[in-house]
Design a protein around this ligand. Structure first.
Ligand SMILES: *[C@@H]1O[C@H](CO)[C@@H](O)[C@H](O)[C@H]1NC(C)=O
Length: 150
């Protein structure tokens, strides 16, 4: 009996560890900021399996390296090198957890979500998420492989 409890405790600890593990994203040219952490939930393993009709929470923690009155997000799916725009509910970064104007050298949490539409094809694709400052420079740009599924 004790063995079972120990096993359970070990499994729970492992689960907590996995959840806390930062995501392995690729930086695609964050010049006006520095990414600290990217969280997409739920996405326990890469590629993220994104189910149609579901919505996924996105939380990007970054440090600004510039000041800006505005911030605008652009999301693309990259299919064989070709970026296809993905629509997100609100592209205004200043309404996505960020208090504008953005000040230099501050930590921000960009909070948004990605709805996966039913009409999307079931494909493997790289998601590219950018947040642009008033000069069209990337406060952040990251890429993550995803699999769209039913
Ligand atoms: C976003 O991530 C940061 C860093 O992990 C965390 O402190 C913050 O609570 C998260 N915010 C939300 C709304 O999940």
């Amino acid at each position: 009996m004790e063995t079972v409890y120990r096993l359970l405790a070990a499994l729970l600890a492992l689960g907590a560890l996995c959840e806390a593990e930062p995501m392995k994203f690729r930086d695609c040219g964050s010049t006006a900021g520095k990414i600290i952490q990217v969280d997409v939930t739920p996405c326990p393993t890469l590629p993220c399996v994104l189910h149609k009709g579901k919505s996924y929470a996105v939380n990007v923690t970054f440090t600004s390296k510039t000041s800006s009155q505005t911030s605008v997000a652009a999301v693309h799916g990259i299919l064989s090198g070709v970026p296809i725009p993905f629509s997100i509910p609100n592209s205004d970064g200043c309404k996505s957890g960020i208090r504008c104007p953005i000040r230099n050298n501050q930590i921000y949490h960009y909070i948004n979500y990605l709805p996966v539409k039913n009409e999307y094809p079931s494909i493997k694709v790289v998601v590219e998420w950018e947040l642009k400052d008033e000069n069209d420079k990337d406060l952040f740009c990251w890429r993550l492989p995803v699999q769209i599924a039913n």
